[in-house]
Design a protein. Structure first.
Lengths: 257, 257, 257, 257
């Protein structure tokens, strides 16, 4: 239906706007069926979990080859560390996409704007497709655009919190103002919240914890796919406005008179 | 996928949990394609709009025969009037389903609890499948159950307002407590709101204005179908809980050490 | 300052719009200092706690004589029981004010609209100053007015929950439409929520649990008094509207050019 | 009552935690009575409005000498411009307090994190009492502390929007984590919102538009003072928690049995 509604990032086009993650599944064998059920075409993975040595389980064995990998720099505390992780990921064959996560606060896992900007400048210059994880900071987002980011990934709420779109008003500013796609990245806990992000114009959402820790992760992956498509369809279909009073749907007078 | 997840109302079972309405479409010719796109299996129609005489356009001509009609008593101000409308609808061949709407306030179109209870008692006794439109009033809902209602239809916000689930906390009480299905009936303005109603356990939602007055009503009908299925799937898949702090999705330490 | 801003109920005028309650204090000796600190001029008390026999502690000993008593019918499950409690309260010297609480649901303590209306009709006819506890149901509120209620007391959230103004949108309908004062009665958990109720035009608020179970109930009584006066003052001062974009408070250009 | 609850900023202590502003009043002659009514002890003023030359009206003539001036760098687009404005303000006798506002986005007036950090480093080194206006960005706030900021001033919503605490969840992170006072600075539109900011532990709030553009700015100043004290008192008094179900305030059984 929406086959020509394509999100372009780097050299690829995505017809599915639900990005997923590999963390927190009770068993890694759930990842492939979750990807199949959700239709997700891009999945983020921490480089730490990619073992090229073959000594421990490699998370990549659970990801079908047609899925685009989005390695992230989880664990980095500085631009320098993030850059190093990104380069190792590319050298390991994970491709050119990189999600920059630079975090020093261990309680709320809030991103570091200044180091993220530095890493974006460097990695974009290196030819990476750079997706930085940020607070929905409008001025920062514009600077990241100028630095060559392929998209910006503002958080809805703290990573893994499932609290939803706590920052919705700020995210809407980015969507309205940025030229690059705005992908909501953290905190989404329910399909309705993913739909709401798409309804205000997000280009995609990334959902990990809410899927991985559901009682049935495969079914929840399917639910998020439906919700993202619902929200995207609504955005395209042109929602009607709201009214502070009622507006009758049915004739209210005259029937019995 | 969810073919055995059936909502039973009266003698029929519904595999689609999006109920729709016939009001406010720019052209009645949009109704049939909207029904096809949304998969909706039940549609509400004001008796006023059914012209059995053949002198004016009959809305029923636009509704395929496999769709269950849910005539409503819009325009009624008392139980007596509602009962009279219901009986006329049945006599006109509209079937046994009846949505009771008894309204005296013309600004917010809030329902009248006392008259609604009276009408429910009478019409359930007459063999109707009675779906009363109400405030999410827990005590009233229990009384309606006892009076023979097949479901209760609490409002999310004023009819036609598109304001969403303003009464979510009260609706959740009904869902938790009632034995009959709880169908959210008014105010839903966006697919994400329909999904949210389903996620807290609503059995179905009825959406009219948000579909009929969208720029593209057919596409919006499709978006609501996706959202209702997303919310229902999430409810069945067992959502994870929330956390006030972050919970890392990816390993945060050790990579570069 | 607002000495001529008086709330009239029955034959009395109230310059303080914070009503309080006697339940849940760690010690009844906290009630008098809480009343002094908060300035509250009306306090609700369950008849069950008034022991005229002298055999057990009588809560009335802790309430200064200048405070207006608002006996409530807590424990009543029918109009008949509520009427009986009201008459006993009056006979016991508690005055003419009565708050009708008729509840059959023991989990959410939601009021029973139909029985509440019956009791209001009877007690208003008996000369009581009747304040019914209700859901914010517009049609019911209008019926209660016609039945002689002196005010209506819609709930913000379940009794004792401290969840705040979950029903704010419905309460606003009552305030806009009713001729009698609208007093928000349950669920208020923080002073900001009391202020918000007053800002949309509530005539008063009743707060019990949030004061009685605070770490320092006397200081919290004072905090609620300030908040109620803040909200009332704002309502009278004519708040400015909102804007979806920023509006500079300071000149943004020209200084350094 | 709270005379020993003092907010220390620089060398001064403040017993009133409502900071105000000079912008947007219909007449500057309203400023002095607003300050008297609100009890505010600190007021922000754009340097642009201070005319030391005597040729046009000088806003300072309307501010009593006991009020602490908080010059702001409104109009600055870079750290360098902000530093220059700050030094001019100090040279003009406006004292050592400076609120850093560095803004390049003209629609939402969102602050620039990177330039703000630079200006803070420089001005703190110069001996200013630096209060930077920021997004509630936890990592940035920690960096500003290290750079010598006397407080941080996160925004609740866009300047002048009156939309309230849209960023409440993020502000709470700063309050929990920062050692310096957290002063909520923009977007507060109603006293209840100011109270809510104080209830979560803000050290103070700055309110300009909501007071200046009220129908009665002097009365609204008084309302905000009450609300700030209400919220502060509640924070000190130890609010009770919330419950998802009701908790009876009055005995529910036994009276009539």
């Amino acid at each position: 239906m929406m086959s020509d509604d394509i999100l372009h990032l780097g050299s690829r086009g995505f017809t599915n706007r639900l990005f997923t993650g590999t963390g927190k599944f009770a068993a890694n064998t759930l990842i492939a069926p979750m990807l199949a059920a959700s239709g997700s075409q891009m999945i983020t993975v921490a480089l730490r979990r990619i073992d090229a040595s073959g000594r421990s389980e490699n998370i990549l064995h659970h990801i079908p080859p047609e899925i685009t990998l989005l390695p992230n720099t989880s664990g980095a505390r500085t631009a320098e560390e993030a850059v190093r992780i990104a380069r190792i990921a590319r050298a390991a064959g994970c491709g050119d996409y990189i999600k920059i996560e630079i975090i020093t606060d261990m309680k709320y896992l809030m991103p570091d704007a200044i180091e993220t900007l530095k890493a974006t400048e460097i990695l974009a210059g290196d030819g990476f497709v750079v997706l930085p994880y940020i607070l929905p900071d409008l001025t920062l987002a514009r600077r990241l655009e100028s630095a060559g980011a392929a998209a910006v990934m503002p958080l809805g709420a703290p990573i893994g919190s499932n609290l939803g779109l706590e920052t919705k008003a700020l995210i809407a500013q980015l969507i309205e103002t940025c030229r690059v796609p705005v992908i909501v990245d953290a905190g989404i806990g329910l399909p309705s919240q993913a739909a709401a992000a798409m309804e205000v114009g997000a280009a995609a959402v990334l959902v990990n914890t809410a899927i991985a820790t559901a009682a049935d992760p495969v079914a929840m992956g399917r639910a998020f796919d439906l919700a993202v498509r619902a929200g995207r369809s609504a955005w395209l279909a042109g929602p009607a406005g709201t009214s502070n009073t009622a507006r009758a749907s049915s004739p209210l007078t005259g029937f019995l008179e």
